[in-house]
Structure formats: structure tokens, C-alpha cells
Design a protein around this ligand. Structure first.
Ligand code: TXA
Ligand code: MG
Length: 342
């Protein structure tokens, strides 16, 4: 298939919308990462998204809408908490898991009775949904297992020849995917951490927000499991422990500990490996620059891949900060949970 890589002119946007209407695939920018979109109500189109990404079909997709009022197409029931979240955070990087309406195909929801809904804070994305006249199901526009794309060039390198259109937008403002919040029970639960934090959500709704135990991590425990000195008690709960997500081509390690020691250890390992002829890439953010780290992390992985490095050494961020925790969630997965504690 020939992929058209297009500027978002009026004419091209009309073509992209027509493509979505006709069951085609269009990659588009959002404020978080680029998405690979299809008509959410067209099961064949949705299947084609799974195929293009090489994504397992039991991993559900987020449905993107252009107006908050369109949420009525997704679910039958909104409680005051949900309305409050929409007022406070939409458009923006917060995805809500809601009980789905029958009309939403299970192909989109990976067989679940719930649906993930999001109103993106990006003009091109909202225009595309509006012009298409249908909700757009879109996972991140990367090949399954690769870092999420935060620039259109990343999408081109993963999906050229596999999708109909790639819309050229700006680099993504946030850089990590939306916060996923399960709103199907009384207590909201964060299923995927993002730039919108549990504290912000709690402040908006005046209610405790919990974090899915499966995404919590503990460096000591992970190290012990890796060394074979502890039982894999947390592995079962966190499927991501089993395989790499967001993986760069190079072998990657996360170095964790007191800041100066981390810096020294990265320097030491870099020198050591370079002496052996390896090309070493380093990802080390400023200590408290969490938002910047979120913005840059996936792009850094792709840049180092582009340089064909053999080894990536990344400095851990503090996970007591909620955005730091969100970046660490991605960093640990990228490294396949390879950790060096200093
Ligand atoms: O920022 C984002 O969310 C980006 C942009 C394109 O909107 N999209 C994105 O989609 O990250 P994806 O498919 O890469 O990640 C969707 C996440 C997955 O972890 C999926 O398992 C979860 O949301 N998810 C989707 N529907 C769900 C549901 N009904 N219940 C629980 N988790 C769900
Ligand atoms: Mg993804």
C-alpha cells in the first residue's frame, strides 16, 4: 500500500476524513502521542488497525471524540463524578473507562463491556473526527512493542506502507500517553499513569483515587526477582513484567539510586563499554524535570535507535512524584525491567 504523508491543509483533511469514512487508516497527531485512527463503528477498519500495528486483538483501543457531548454515543450513564472530570480535564490527556453502549463493537474494546473514551486537545485530531462524522478508535501509531511516536517522522518509520495516510502535525506537547482512569466502580482507579495525576483528579472530584496495584513497582523487589532471590509474586499481576513494551533496538538498563551515584555509575559503565567497542547512549534527565522527561523520553529512545547504539543507560527518576512515576512506568518497560541499583 502506498502511504500518503500529508500536511493538514483543508483539502488533505477532507481526504483524510473521507478515508476514515470509507474504512481506511489515518495516523494523526494528538497532544500526547500520534494515534492510528479508524472508524470506531466499522469492525473491519478496526481489525485493520490491529493488523497494521501487529497488535494482539485482546488489547482494547481508545475511542476519540470531538465534543464532550458525544460521550452519549459511548455510554448510557454519566454520574456527577464523570461530568466533573470532563469539565475539568477535557479536552486533554485523560481517558475514561466507562460501561459501553451496545453499538460500540467488541472488536474495539478487546471483548470487554467497557469502553475507553478520550477528547484530545489537538485541533487536527478534533477536526479529523468532526469531518469524519464518526468516533475514531486509535491506539498509539507505533508498531506494537516499539516506543510511542511523538513526531510524525516516528510514525513514518513504523507505518509507512501499512496505512493510507499519515497527517503531519507538530511534535506532541505531552510526549507520553494519556492517563487511563477506570470510572466503572465507585472508586476511580488509575490503570495507566500519565501527566494528569491522581492528586489533580482527587482535587477535582473530592474523592480518593487509587492506583491499580498491577502498575506499582518496587526496585528492590524487581531486582530480587531478576536475580532469582525472590518469588515472582508481583509478576503475575503486572503482565508488562513478562515482555518488553516501548522497546528500543539496543539493550537497555535503568540505573537507580542516589543522584550523584547514578551519574557516576552511568559514566563508569559508559567508559567501560566504549572501551570494548560498544556504542553507548545515555538518557539522564534533570533531577526534577518530570514534565520535560515525559516530553522527551520516547523521542530519546528513537533518536538513540537512529544512531544505532548498542547499549542505552537511563537514569531513574524519582517515582514519588506522580509524573516521575508515569515516566518510570514507561522507562522500566522499555528496559525490560533491567535495573542496576547503586
Ligand atoms: O494518549 C493516548 O491515550 C494515545 C493517543 C493516540 O490518544 N493512545 C494510546 O492508545 O495510548 P493505546 O492503544 O496505545 O493504549 C490504550 C490503553 C491500553 O493500555 C489499553 O489496554 C487501555 O488503554 N484500554 C483501552 N480500553 C480499555 C478498557 N475498556 N479497559 C481497560 N483498559 C483499556
Ligand atoms: Mg500504545
Amino acid at each position: 500500500m502506498e502511504t500518503k504523508i500529508l500536511d493538514p491543509t483543508e483539502e488533505n483533511m477532507a481526504l483524510a476524513a473521507e478515508t476514515i469514512k470509507n474504512g481506511g487508516l489515518v495516523a494523526f497527531p494528538t497532544e500526547t502521542v500520534y494515534g492510528l485512527g479508524a472508524n470506531a463503528l466499522d469492525e473491519d477498519a478496526v481489525r485493520a488497525v490491529y493488523a497494521a500495528k501487529g497488535r494482539p486483538s485482546d488489547n482494547p483501543m481508545i475511542v476519540h471524540i470531538a465534543r464532550a457531548s458525544d460521550i452519549g454515543q459511548m455510554t448510557r450513564f454519566l454520574n456527577p463524578m464523570i461530568v466533573n472530570l470532563i469539565d475539568n480535564f477535557w479536552p486533554g490527556p485523560l481517558t475514561l473507562i466507562l460501561n459501553k453502549k451496545e453499538e460500540i463493537p467488541r472488536t474495539v474494546t478487546g471483548g470487554l463491556e467497557t469502553v475507553a473514551v478520550r477528547l484530545p486537545d489537538n485541533e487536527i485530531a478534533r477536526n479529523l473526527i468532526n469531518l469524519s462524522g464518526c468516533p475514531i478508535a486509535a491506539p498509539s501509531a507505533n508498531l506494537s512493542g516499539r516506543p510511542s511516536p511523538t513526531a510524525y517522522q516516528h510514525v513514518v518509520s513504523d507505518l509507512n506502507g501499512k496505512v493510507d495516510i499519515i497527517l503531519k502535525g507538530e511534535n506532541c506537547r505531552v510526549g507520553i500517553e494519556s492517563t487511563v482512569l477506570d470510572m466503572t466502580s465507585d472508586e476511580p482507579v488509575v490503570l495507566r499513569p500519565g501527566i494528569i495525576t491522581p492528586e489533580q483528579i482527587e482535587a477535582a472530584i473530592g474523592k480518593k483515587v487509587s492506583i491499580d496495584p498491577a502498575i506499582k513497582f518496587d526496585f528492590k523487589k524487581i531486582e530480587a526477582i531478576k536475580n532469582g532471590t525472590a518469588e515472582e509474586t508481583i509478576v503475575a499481576k503486572a503482565p508488562g513484567m513478562k515482555y518488553k513494551h516501548y522497546a528500543p533496538k539496543a539493550q537497555m538498563f535503568v540505573v537507580e539510586g542516589e543522584r550523584n551515584r547514578v551519574r557516576q555509575e552511568i559514566e563508569r559503565l559508559k567508559t567501560l563499554n566504549e572501551k570494548m567497542g560498544s556504542d553507548v547512549g545515555v538518557i539522564l534527565f534533570e533531577e526534577k524535570a518530570f514534565i520535560e522527561a515525559a516530553h522527551d523520553f520516547f523521542a530519546s529512545l528513537r533518536e538513540l535507535d537512529g544512531r544505532d547504539v548498542d547499549l542505552i543507560l537511563a537514569g531513574a527518576l524519582s517515582d514519588t512524584d506522580s509524573v516521575g512515576f508515569a515516566v518510570m512506568n514507561r522507562m522500566l518497560k522499555s528496559a525490560g525491567y533491567n535495573i542496576i541499583r547503586v
